[in-house]
Design a protein. Structure first.
Length: 174
């Protein structure tokens, strides 16, 4: 497989609403995509990235919290516990941060980049990042997790991001 040119997809691009396809085999192509997603996340100053945010319709996420790097294939939340509210940002929604209520602790079952099963027990920022990115591959974005009134307040900012998305899509087609 040839190297892909990934870019951040912004609010308004249809792929962000897509429930991503399950990965059947973890092979070199999948590892390459995970590596490119990780690079894109780092140059974009993010701590997490879902495949559909990079334009790829697969159940893949990458997260880095401090020196811990997670490249996950078909991740699924098995159990949630407690509650935490943290200000979240999103690479697909530049300039927007929102206080989102999420589970304070999660248990995630996944495959790693070699196709081996991995179970993660996470709390704090890692738990939030896992929930945020798994939401993405399920076609759910963080503005879905706030009240209608809060979304209404973001109306103009969301319009700006949609215009940015249209420009980015046109530019990548050239």
């Amino acid at each position: 497989m040839k190297k892909m040119k990934l870019r951040i997809h912004f609010w308004g691009e249809k792929i962000l609403r897509r429930k991503c396809r399950r990965v059947k085999d973890v092979d070199d192509d999948i590892r390459m995509i995970l590596g490119e997603m990780y690079s894109l996340m780092r140059v974009s100053d993010g701590i997490g990235l879902a495949a559909n945010q990079a334009g790829v319709d697969l159940r893949l996420i990458v997260i880095q919290i401090k020196s811990n790097i997670f490249k996950l294939v078909n991740p699924k939340i098995i159990k949630r516990e407690g509650s935490i509210k943290i200000e979240e940002g999103c690479l697909s929604f530049p300039g927007i941060t929102l206080g989102i209520k999420r589970a304070g602790k999660v248990w995630v079952s996944s495959l790693d980049e070699n196709g081996s099963p991995i179970d993660i027990e996470a709390d704090g920022i890692l738990a939030v990042a896992l929930q945020h990115e798994i939401d993405h591959i399920n076609g759910v974005v963080f503005i879905d997790r706030v009240s209608f009134l809060e979304r209404l307040k973001l109306k103009n900012k969301l319009k700006e991001i949609r215009k940015m998305a249209e420009h980015a899509a046109q530019k990548s087609e050239q």
